[in-house]
Ligand binder design. Structure first.
Ligand code: GLP
Length: 221
C-alpha cells in the first residue's frame, strides 16, 4: 500500500497514472469510480488539459434513479470530468441494459486497461455489496443499510438515497488489466486492512483484489 502524505498527493499520484495510461496507449479504456475520494483526481486531470479523444470510459456503477438528478452518477461524471474535457460523448459509458450488451461493449473494446476503484466502509467495490459472488457480472443490486447511511451525506435526507443500483460485477472488474484502489480517511483503514490482508471471502468484496496480479492501493489520512 502506498501511503500519500496528503489528499493532494494521493489525487495527483493517481492522476499521473491515468495520464501515463492515456498518453501511452491509444485507445485507452478506463473503468471510473464515483464517490468523494476520486474528486481531487478528476480535478487534477481536468486541470492538466489532456487529450481525451482516444479514451473510452466505463463507469463502474450508477444509482437506479432519475439520471438528471444532481446526485446521479451520470450528473457527477458530467460535472466533474466529461463536460470539462474533449472526451467524445459516445466514448463514455454508464452501465446500461441489456447488461450483456454493456459487458459485450467492454469485451468488444478489448477490455479495461486501467480500472480505478474506491472502497465502501463495508468493503464494497463499485456497488458490489458483501455477499456478492466473485463471478458476478453487471446487474441490479440492493444497496446495504450501511451504504445507504454512508451515502446519505450527499442527499437532503436518508429517505432520498436510492436503494438500488446497477453495478459492474466483481468478475467484470477483475478482468481489468490494472486496478488502482484509492482510499481516504481513518474510517477506511480497518476495512482496507481486512480486505488486503485478511481472508479472501465474498463477505468482503474488496478482498477479491488479492487474487489480481496488478493492483495498487493508495491511501491518505
Ligand atoms: C459509493 C460508490 C463506490 C465508492 C464508494 C466510496 O458507494 N458506489 O464506488 O467506492 O462510494 O465512496 P467515498 O469515496 O465517498 O468514500
Amino acid at each position: 500500500m502506498i501511503v500519500s502524505k496528503s489528499y493532494n498527493e494521493l489525487s495527483s499520484t493517481v492522476a499521473d497514472m491515468v495520464e501515463t495510461q492515456i498518453k501511452e496507449h491509444s485507445p485507452s479504456k478506463l473503468g471510473l469510480p464515483t464517490g468523494s475520494t476520486p474528486l481531487g483526481m478528476y480535478e487534477e486531470l481536468v486541470n492538466r488539459k489532456l487529450d481525451w479523444s482516444n479514451t473510452i470510459t466505463f463507469n463502474l456503477d450508477v444509482y437506479l434513479m432519475n439520471i438528471n438528478h444532481p446526485e446521479s452518477y451520470q450528473s457527477y461524471m458530467r460535472k466533474n470530468l466529461f463536460d470539462r474535457t474533449n472526451i467524445y460523448p459516445n466514448h463514455y459509458h454508464f452501465p446500461f441494459r441489456p447488461f450483456s450488451a454493456f459487458e459485450d461493449k467492454i469485451a468488444g473494446s478489448m477490455g479495461i486497461d486501467l480500472c480505478i476503484l474506491g472502497i465502501g466502509t463495508n468493503g464494497h467495490i463499485a456497488f458490489n455489496e458483501p455477499g456478492s459472488s466473485f463471478q458476478s457480472r453487471t446487474r441490479v443490486v440492493e444497496l446495504s443499510e450501511q451504504t445507504i447511511k454512508d451515502n446519505s451525506r450527499f442527499f437532503d435526507s436518508i429517505d432520498e438515497v436510492p436503494t438500488q443500483a446497477i453495478t459492474m460485477g466483481l468478475g467484470t472488474i477483475m478482468e481489468a488489466k490494472k486496478i488502482i484502489l484509492m482510499a481516504r480517511g481513518q474510517s477506511k483503514l480497518n476495512i482496507l486492512n481486512v480486505a488486503m490482508n485478511g481472508e479472501v471471502t465474498e463477505d468482503v468484496p474488496a478482498s477479491i483484489l488479492q487474487n489480481h496480479d496488478n493492483v495498487e492501493v493508495l491511501y491518505c489520512e
